[in-house]
Design a protein around this ligand. Structure first.
Ligand SMILES: Cc1cc2nc3c(=O)[nH]c(=O)nc-3n(C[C@H](O)[C@H](O)[C@H](O)COP(=O)(O)OP(=O)(O)OC[C@H]3O[C@@H](n4cnc5c(N)ncnc54)[C@H](O)[C@@H]3O)c2cc1C
Length: 405
């Protein structure tokens, strides 16, 4: 029996792989990053329960480790797919594995490494050494080398210090050709490029950040380590504004609703309030779209006197000399034009599907449709925007479809 291939090691790909393996089928899970977990692993916490991402992911990592039917490859992408349901041929490319699996993550290599790189896990707001642990809960728990910044054999300091002979700077890309029975596409999403929304000034003001960046600003293992530090001067802002539908439901940017941004901003507002009970938070929105258990957040926010929900689309953000921001909007309910001064602004930018160069069918917004060659199944956010709980359910459905052969 040929294995199922799952492309993308986010919550949906992981769930699909675990479900397939636990009904007794073989599965191969590939992920382009050096670690599994996708976008969720970068969150501070996730709604509706507000538990840390490790809550849901850790148990899945254990299920992966314990199940010999799952093989996973990180730093790996698919280059080609051909064939048909029951007999697809796939070509996988794995980036050079400079750090071998016997790495114990002791960290001595990082101490001697002279080169630095922007830390993509924190969206470039912090730096790591060129040899680095992707993050403290990384799975697999091993170091990685960023070849753009590593000076390789001309430096060699990490190789010299490693007691376990776990570093091979001469490692090469690996190609793996496989036959698989069906393919699940769980390649997920990235954030809409906020620099395209020129009136919101993201590219020109350090104190305007996006919602995904804000997750790393408030994460206890993130940029400020339990403090929110505004980028221009590291001060702790006490007036923070959220701009909903930043580029979303807008024909010039993303015409659709990303379904999760309202709940995410309510979650963010409540987290700010936990860290700084007296901070003032203003959320500018067009419509507040929350449902199910996330309505509890809305109720909590509405009860909180320091958090204001203001119905009105922000038309412009400008920056003052002291780094503070002026947000201009029309308050729809009173009909008045308002200018609000905040110390920091968070743009609730939407979900954009990850592109794959594999000739798959997409809709007008680049999400993969259900209309693929038989045997190929898009799942969760590669298919349409959804939250984690919906992604997990969709993953179970994808697992069922994939094992039908
Ligand atoms: C600001 C914000 C906050 C949010 N907060 C919450 C929350 O609190 N609670 C909640 O329920 N939901 C939340 N969500 C939604 C949540 O992020 C998604 O439901 C979830 O990420 C969907 O998982 P996924 O596996 O479909 O996609 P992803 O998390 O994007 O995972 C996809 C994976 O595929 C990998 N990949 C991509 N292309 C390739 C390729 N070519 N080859 C191999 N691998 C590839 C990626 O590297 C990634 O690891 C939030 C979303 C946003 C924007």
């Amino acid at each position: 029996m040929k294995p199922v291939l799952v492309i993308g090691g986010g919550i949906s790909g992981i769930t699909t792989a675990v479900e397939i393996a636990e009904v007794g089928k073989e599965v191969i899970l590939i992920e382009k990053n050096p670690y599994l977990g996708g976008n969720v692993v970068k969150f501070n916490n996730y709604f509706p329960k507000l538990c840390p991402p490790t809550c849901g992911l850790e148990i899945n990592f254990r299920r992966i480790k314990q199940n010999p039917r799952i093989k996973y490859y990180t730093s790996t992408e698919v280059q080609e797919i051909s064939g048909e349901k029951g007999d697809f041929k796939v070509k996988l490319i794995t980036n050079p594995q400079y750090v071998k699996n016997n790495c114990t993550a002791c960290g001595k290599c990082t101490e001697v490494c002279p080169e630095e790189r922007p830390d993509e896990f924190n969206y470039g707001f912090t730096k790591t050494k060129a040899i680095y642990l992707p993050h403290e809960m990384a799975f697999p728990f091993k170091f990685n080398i960023d070849e753009k910044y590593c000076k390789k054999e001309s430096c060699n300091k990490c190789v010299d210090i490693c007691e376990y002979n776990a570093i091979n700077l001469a490692a090469k890309e690996e190609v793996l050709e496989l036959n698989v029975s069906s393919i699940v596409i769980g390649t997920g999403w990235s954030n809409y490029d906020a620099s395209k929304i020129e009136n919101l000034n993201y590219s020109h003001s350090k104190n305007i950040i996006t919602n995904v960046e804000f997750e790393r600003f408030i994460a206890s293992n993130g940029i400020g380590k339990n403090k929110i530090l505004r980028p221009s001067d590291n001060s702790e802002p006490k007036k923070i504004a959220f701009v909903q539908c930043a580029g979303s439901r807008d024909e010039n940017h993303l015409p659709y609703c990303s379904a999760v941004c309202c709940s995410a901003s309510l979650k963010h507002a409540l987290t700010i309030h936990e860290l700084y009970p007296k901070a003032e938070v203003k959320i500018f929105y067009i419509d507040m779209r929350v449902s199910g258990r996330n309505e509890d957040f809305l109720a909590k926010v509405q009860e909180n006197k320091n958090i204001e929900l203001l119905k009105g689309k922000v038309g412009k953000i400008s920056e003052k000399e002291n780094g503070n921001l002026i947000l201009e909007a029309e308050d729809i309910l009173s009909g008045k034009k308002i200018k609000y001064e905040a110390e920091m602004a968070v743009l609730a930018t939407g979900i954009v599907p990850t592109e794959l160069n594999l000739n798959l069918n997409t809709d007008q917004n680049n999400f993969f449709t259900d209309m693929q060659i038989d045997g190929i199944y898009p799942v969760a956010c590669s298919h349409k925007p959804m939250d984690v709980s919906a992604s997990v359910k969709d993953a179970t459905a994808a697992a069922l479809k994939a094992i039908q052969h």
